[in-house]
Write a protein that binds this ligand. Structure first.
Ligand code: GAP
Length: 475
């Protein structure tokens, strides 16, 4: 499994999907750059979400709120006091750990008993007092040094607005996009003629000063969220929660094209629910290293709007025309991370074919790696190749075809190496179609279109190419 992860990571870097940020300076932990193919894939994932969540619905509006907002928002939401992870530092090597992760590792390895604690004594591995007791007897996993008592570490990045750096100018980079939605709720209500139930959706950057970023882009310090807050009448929240869990799973399978067997729900236990949540279920994906969260779907009750009403003094109640009542709506929130979906899509599409499958003039003995994206997600849709690079007529025709196709699809022109090699390069990054211009093209006006998934080939008139590819690609 680790081997598969390593192969996927190697492909991701080698072909320019993702690079470590600031790599020429040795990297910068928890930050990443998305390369030419990565940015296309990321945009396609976001487009698929936006299309399903906003544009195809009549009960949804979109929003793009600011990243830095009044710090009072984070006081009201509870983030200044509650948004923290327990941090434990080794007194000898000064390495910092997530104390709750250390506890889980000790529990899973059966170490708690060895340290003299019964299961009953350490029922809740997230309890900070329990952690302090256990970690006082445990050792640093790296150097066996003594561990300091865990303390709460707030994950919000701080900054200062204006020229003076003092408490009055303190602000935060948003750790979730959701609060921007709650803060704009009244503006939407006042300007958009929306009626309950309705939702506000947003895609944007979020920042968290994670103690231990890791698993590549899975836990990073800067990432993007796709979040939607669905406002309903209290009492109708449980039905809406059930609807959204089903709808989100449908989206993963039908729209994003992830394999159903690689997805599952994991309901939260009462002791792990966030401070605002009445219920929460995670959507988990089966990554090569195991099941991990890609999305959380929460019933946030009237917590956020209630708190913002209280802290801002602004009336955020909804007047319900149907029964003339007024209330603060309840909220159902599906929230997912773009980078985690990006990684899941790559893992789901990755395939290794032993012995290779592409016919080339050179023998290909080593295993071939291919990406099989759903067409709408493919970063590049069509490769355009002249059969030979040293024949000016072929090259001119291929460039003409490339210029015509690039008006409609993201295309890649490639003339370097044998056609077999070029097919292989396209397969490796999941380009679904390749158009090859050969000598017959010059005579008959048709070209070979290769379906990279099935490897079947068809001759198609150049004048028909756009329509043919549109139908195949589905755009
Ligand atoms: N508004 C609710 C909220 O932010 P969350 O469970 O903290 O809930 C939602 O985050 C999603 O955001 C997660 O399911 C995950 O996909 C993504 N996410 C959270 N922290 C992340 C991180 N450090 N790196 C990458 N993605 C992250």
């Amino acid at each position: 499994m680790e081997d598969t992860t390593a192969k996927i990571l190697s492909l991701i870097k080698r072909r320019g999907f993702v690079f470590p940020s600031s790599e020429i300076y040795g990297g910068f932990g928890g930050f990443f750059d998305f390369g030419p193919l990565g940015v296309e894939l990321k945009n396609n994932i976001k487009k698929t979400w936006w299309r399903a969540m906003v544009q195809k619905r009549t009960d949804m509006v979109g929003l793009d709120s600011s990243i830095i907002m009044s710090p009072r928002i984070w006081e009201a939401s509870g983030h200044t006091t509650e948004f923290s992870d327990p941090l434990s530092e080794c007194k000898a090597c000064h390495k910092r750990f997530r104390a709750d992760h250390l506890m889980e590792k000790l529990r899973d390895a059966g170490e708690l008993k060895k340290l003299g604690f019964t299961d009953e004594e350490v029922k809740d591995t997230a309890d900070i007092d329990q952690m302090a007791k256990v970690l006082a007897s445990a050792k640093c996993p790296d150097c066996q040094g003594e561990l300091a008592a865990p303390r709460k570490f707030n994950l919000m990045f701080r900054t200062f607005v204006g020229p003076v750096e003092d408490n009055a100018s303190l602000a935060y980079l948003r750790p979730e996009t959701a609060q921007g939605i709650f803060a704009s709720y009244k503006n939407i209500l006042d300007t958009q003629r929306v009626k309950l139930p309705f939702g506000i959706a947003q895609i944007g950057k979020a920042f968290r000063n994670e103690i231990t970023p890791g698993n590549f882009i899975f836990r990073s310090r800067e990432f993007e969220q796709m979040e939607m807050e669905y406002f309903v009448k209290p009492g109708e929240d449980e039905k809406a929660f059930e609807y959204w869990t089903k709808e989100r799973m449908r989206w993963y399978v039908e729209d994003l094209g992830l394999k159903e067997e690689n997805l599952r729900f994991r309901p939260h236990r009462p002791d792990e629910l966030a401070h605002y949540a009445k219920a929460c279920v995670d959507v988990e994906y089966k990554f090569p290293w195991g099941w991990s969260e890609i999305e959380g779907i929460a019933n946030r009750r009237d917590f956020d709007l209630g708190r913002h009403q209280q802290h801002s003094g602004t009336d955020l109640k909804y007047f319900d025309d149907s029964d003339k009542s007024s209330y603060v709506p309840f909220v159902i929130e599906p929230s997912c991370g773009v980078e985690r979906l990006f990684f899941a899509v790559l893992c789901d599409s990755f395939e290794e074919i032993q012995g290779g499958r592409t016919q080339t003039t050179e023998s290909v003995k080593e295993a071939e790696t291919v990406l099989r994206f759903k067409n709408r997600l493919a970063p590049v849709k069509v490769g355009v190749l002249p059969l030979l690079k040293n024949k000016p007529d072929l090259v001119a025709k291929a460039k003409e075809v490339f210029d015509a196709l690039k008006e409609y699809f993201v295309c890649k022109y490639d003339e370097a190496g044998t056609v077999g090699r070029r097919y292989r390069r396209l397969d490796e990054v999941g380009v679904p179609y390749a158009v090859t211009i050969d000598f017959d093209t010059l005579q008959n006006g048709d070209a070979t279109v290769r379906d990279c998934d099935t490897m079947t080939q068809e001759r198609i008139k150049i004048s028909e190419l756009v329509n043919y590819l549109r139908e195949k690609i589905g755009q």
